[in-house]
Design a binder for this molecule. Structure first.
Ligand code: M6R
Length: 611
């Protein structure tokens, strides 16, 4: 949530900051702003997207070699010019941007109000900024010291960048719970919420840790803890190319990312899955194999699409490894004082590796002694670093707010993991193991086949785009796919959609079915095939409009459906990686047909770093 960019060096800051904000716009896009140190401190901000901010500053003097910028996802206060960041302090000498939530801001605000402060915005950020200024004035200390004192008082999460008109050669930064990366150039530094605004200038970066303050100058980077002790910056080399964060000829990132899946799944399997020699090589799993296979219980913690990947993993691990699995919404798990037994393993699934609910749930579980295995896409992210061990999905940067390629990457990792564990535990036969290795190996090619011709999916999306509700139904491994299809449709086309296990219909939801309701069945050939044929009949008998994802060569399901999308035949354990692809496209084309911004759907943000 919220994108943060900063620049200090020999270039003009404004173009660097604006370009960076566009790269980070996926993190929030209800307002944007910049502060420039240019013969004094100047703040420009605007409700709307970064492009609206650009339009609003045409013709103004935007010089200066130091700047900070912000793209916002509103928490405290509606999206508006006055709530947009950066905020000025009461004196007008300081400006600050912030990603996160200051939980005790109301109490601090009251203290400040008693001292005569008034506020121009509804934000917690302005409260923190004035608190810092008040401490500086009261203690007659440096801004750095005032920042340290303030951060020790506040409760919540933050990544902040702070500039002072009186010290135009410094940006102060700090983080707790919200990411911050600093790129190191020659005589210049770049600051950002993730590496995407930095990659075209430098590949050398430092990931700032929680409770660290960074004092950033053109040719100097100092890291300190909140106790004012210097800490050595650990420089990492980015393994990412600029092309990975550009649209590459596609109209939208979402479409590009859907089409990347044959390659991203292949990249995820590459070097790990060796079907000819019957091996799966995964360092993170191998090093902790005993803890994993002897775990009395595995708890999967995730949110949103990643939670759906967790449901598929539950089926996989229980079936192949015979270990009980629970799949938890991170937001619930973190607050209900969960019981964690010695030996329990937690698998955390997250594309961004920064989701606040997941992160805090893991911190709590880690404190209780749980072993944490991370299945993460973003390299070096907070969840990756907090985990004891893990496996990256190697899906590359996912920029569209809807998670697509990250989901199939998660499934690929989790399937390999379950197979490797089952092999070591002896709970899968040789023959089944080898069959599944080959099935997994064939997935990228089968996904490519689905993507060869998407015209019929586009036509179906256009046909049903005006429906007010949708149901998505599946059984077994296709039940989580149905949930994922419903989530995708909701977030991209704003059509109300629900996912259910197909057999649950008769317990209530079937009352919704009439001749206007589109019902999407994920009805590929698997062990539930006969059962789902009956479920389709039940909907047909009530005149629902039936759209089916069916296996190539099937004629029974198509004979009952109004519309069919075929996917290649596959073993049901790897089937979700195929059957989800048409559902991703269905939501993409429905959103497009309705004229929505599919990469930046309303009210959402890519990386949910607030609870
Ligand atoms: O980065 P994470 O995987 O932890 O994110 C979890 C959810 O916020 C995310 O999957 C969300 O549901 C997506 N927008 C769905 O497309």
């Amino acid at each position: 949530m919220c994108g943060i960019v900063g620049y200090i060096g020999h270039r003009q800051a404004y173009p660097v900051v604006i370009k960076g904000l566009k790269r980070l716009e996926y993190r929030g896009y209800d307002s944007a702003g910049v502060a420039l140190l240019n013969h004094g401190l100047k703040v420009y901000k605007k409700k709307g997207k970064v492009a609206d901010l650009e339009d609003s500053v045409v013709g103004l003097d935007l010089g200066g070699q130091v700047g900070i910028g912000h793209t916002r996802w509103a928490t405290h206060g509606e999206p508006s010019d006055r709530n947009a960041h950066p905020h000025y302090s009461a004196s007008g000498q300081l400006a600050m941007i912030h990603n996160g939530i200051i939980e005790n801001y109301a109490q601090i605000k009251e203290e400040l109000q008693h001292k005569g402060y008034t506020f121009k915005s509804d934000t917690d950020t302005e409260v923190l900024l004035n608190f810092i200024e008040e401490i500086r004035n009261n203690n007659e200390c440096s801004l750095e010291e005032a920042l340290r004192i303030a951060l020790r008082r506040i409760v919540g999460a933050y990544c902040i960048l702070l500039v002072d008109a009186a010290d135009p050669d410094t940006i102060l930064a700090a983080r707790k719970g919200s990411p911050l990366v600093i790129g190191i150039g020659k005589g210049e530094h770049f600051l950002a919420s993730d590496a995407s605004p930095i990659i075209e200038y430098t590949k050398e970066v430092v990931y700032v840790n929680d409770y660290q303050i960074a004092i950033v100058r053109a040719d100097e980077l100092i890291l300190k803890n909140l106790g004012n002790e210097k800490q050595t910056p650990f420089i990492t080399r980015l393994d990412m190319e600029l092309a990975a964060i550009e649209k590459g000829g596609y109209e939208h990132f979402m479409l590009k990312e859907i089409h990347e899946q044959p390659q991203t799944i292949f990249d995820c399997l590459r070097g790990r899955l060796l079907p000819e020699s019957g091996m799966i090589t995964m360092g993170g799993v191998e090093n902790h194999l005993e803890s994993l296979i002897h775990a009395p219980r595995i708890i999967i913690v995730a949110c949103g699409t990643s939670w759906h990947a967790g449901l598929v993993a539950e089926y996989l691990i229980e079936e192949l490894c015979r270990i009980p699995v629970e799949v938890e919404y991170a937001s619930e798990f973190r607050y209900r004082n969960p019981i964690i037994h010695p030996g329990d393993v937690i698998i955390a699934i997250s594309q961004s590796g920064e989701t606040a609910d997941t992160l805090v749930a893991l911190e709590n579980a880690k404190e209780k002694g749980a072993f944490i295995f991370g299945v993460v896409n973003a390299v070096g992210s907070s969840i990756a670093r907090l985990s004891h061990a893990g496996a990256y999905t190697h899906s590359g940067p996912e920029i569209g707010v809807a998670s697509t390629k990250a989901f199939t990457g998660q499934l690929a990792v989790l399937t390999m993991m379950a197979l490797k564990m089952a092999r070591a535990k002896g709970t899968v036969s040789d023959e089944r193991y080898r069959t599944l290795l080959h099935e997994l190996h064939a997935v990228p090619e089968k996904v490519a086949a689905i993507l060869k011709d998407t015209a019929s999916i586009k036509a179906i999306a256009e046909k049903y785009k005006d429906a007010s509700d949708f149901l998505f139904l599946g059984r077994g491994y296709n039940f989580p796919v149905a949930l994922e299809g419903a989530l995708k449709l909701k977030e991209i086309s704003y059509i109300h959609a629900e996912g259910y296990p197909a057999a649950e219909m008769k317990h209530g939801p079937i009352a919704l079915v009439d001749e206007k309701l589109p019902v999407v069945f994920v009805a590929t050939r698997d062990r539930f095939y006969e059962k789902i044929v009956s479920n389709v009949q039940e909907i047909k008998a009530r005149k629902g409009r039936i759209i089916c994802i069916a296996s190539e060569g099937d004629s029974t399901i198509p004979s009952m459906a109004d519309d069919v999308i075929f996917v290649p035949d596959a073993d049901e354990l790897v089937g979700p990686m195929l059957s989800v692809v048409p559902l991703q496209l269905l939501s993409y084309y429905a959103g497009l047909a309705k004229g929505y911004d599919v990469d930046k759907p309303r009210n959402l943000a890519k990386s949910v770093t607030v609870e």
